[in-house]
Design a protein around this ligand. Structure first.
Ligand SMILES: Cc1cc2nc3c(=O)[nH]c(=O)nc-3n(C[C@H](O)[C@H](O)[C@H](O)COP(=O)(O)O)c2cc1C
Length: 372
């Protein structure tokens, strides 16, 4: 089933294979996407759908060096180069809109301010990647440091962040993206509102589950008003505790989030599963419950092989499957999976920062990168 077509909102996908968002930290000065990034994404255009690396919606939303933004005219123009290249190669591309919240460092924040979060809580041991010497991504050498102590957003500031998401969505459409995905996963700002132990607010954005889901709901509604719900997807990471975000009742919390997103009618829900070695399997009953509560398209990512993907599609709890690290190393992944060809191994030393090496120099298996 991986190679059957699929209708996603207004888009016709030629296969069920998604390239999920992957930060590669190669933006130029001003966090502007480059021609090299355009080449990298265009090489992978045979995916049914590409979702861009996390892309900050504002300077405040940046947490790591050299990640691209989508809040200045130069960044929009840079992304236009990427979307044009992907479309010319026959692909489809959503932008992942990102606000890291507390997972940042004062050196990346406007005016050296403290990063913001739902609550003034530090996640001990959670580190971010900075460029202490301002040398740029080509050196490929940054420093990992503990994230800075955050302060809680006021209600007026929350309203501003919601507007920043909407404005970034407008910019994404202007840059030629086919839609946007909200990064609600992996312990970043939206996740810092959802999870009960990360959010200690006592106002209308904290405490009860509806209150903790309010920020997700407001951002989703504001962005859907810009893009239309058929061009808005949301990524969540239920049942994980990444970057120190812990929830006391994760199944109830994330089924609640899925219900809220179903009410808004977002086109897909993208579930990031635990992806480390020996990670626990997400219980099948939880996946089946998600399927019943959320009626749109379900994407899953996390250590999928062609075989696990076929099982997921066959069992019916997934519609599309993300392959992350396999796409880093195999620009022609759909062709390789379809023909059962061996896969190149990704080189983790070049995931973040650097230039062509470990980025655009992975070979295709066959001349012409035959799209399936
Ligand atoms: C280098 C790298 C960067 C990533 N960056 C992001 C990101 O920006 N946003 C996000 O939601 N997930 C990110 N992820 C997680 C992937 O989207 C995916 O969920 C994960 O790699 C599991 O899939 P895999 O086992 O097929 O690699 C990243 C993963 C990798 C390997």
């Amino acid at each position: 089933m991986l190679f059957t077509s699929y209708r996603l909102g207004g888009l016709a996908l030629p296969n069920r294979i998604v390239m999920p968002p992957m930060t590669r930290s190669r933006a130029a000065a001003g966090n502007v996407p480059t021609a090299l990034m355009a080449e990298y994404y265009a090489q992978r255009a045979s995916a049914g759908l590409i979702i861009s690396e996390g892309t900050q919606i504002s300077q405040q939303g940046q947490g790591y060096a050299w990640t691209p933004g989508i809040h200045t005219p130069e960044q929009i123009a840079g992304w236009r180069g990427v979307t044009d290249a992907v479309h010319a190669a026959g692909g489809r591309l959503f932008a992942q809109l990102w606000h890291v919240g507390r997972v940042s460092h004062v050196s990346l924040q406007p005016g050296g301010a403290a990063p913001v979060s739902s609550s003034p809580r530090v996640a001990d041991g959670v580190k971010v990647f900075i460029d202490p010497d301002g040398k740029g991504p080509e050196t490929g050498v940054g420093g990992m440091v503990q994230h800075s102590v955050p302060r809680a957003l006021s209600e007026a500031e929350i309203a501003q962040v919601v507007r920043d998401f909407a404005s970034a969505a407008r910019n994404a459409l202007e840059a030629g993206f086919d839609g946007v995905e909200l990064h609600g996963a992996n312990g970043y700002l939206i996740n810092q509102f959802i999870d009960s132990r990360a959010n200690t607010r006592t106002d209308g954005y904290g405490g009860s589950l509806p209150n903790r889901l309010r920020f997700l709901r407001e951002v989703s509604e504001a962005v859907a008003a810009v893009t239309g719900p058929e061009r808005l997807g949301v990524r969540l990471a239920p049942l994980t505790t990444l970057q120190g975000t812990v929830d006391d009742t994760p199944q109830a919390t994330y089924l609640g989030a899925a219900k809220a997103l179903d009410d808004i009618g977002v086109v897909y829900l993208h579930i990031a599963e635990a992806d480390w070695e020996d990670a626990p399997e997400m219980p099948p009953a939880f996946k089946e419950a998600l399927r019943l509560i959320y009626r749109g398209t379900l994407i899953y990512a996390g250590r999928y092989t062609a075989e696990r993907a076929e099982t997921a599609l066959h069992d019916g709890w997934a519609d599309l499957i993300g392959f992350g690290r396999p796409f880093v190393a195999n620009p022609d992944l759909p062709n390789r999976l379809r023909r059962g060809l061996p896969l190149n191994e990704p080189d983790g030393n070049h995931f973040f920062g650097g230039a062509q090496v470990g980025y655009t120099d992975y070979p295709a298996a066959m001349a012409g990168n035959d799209a399936p």
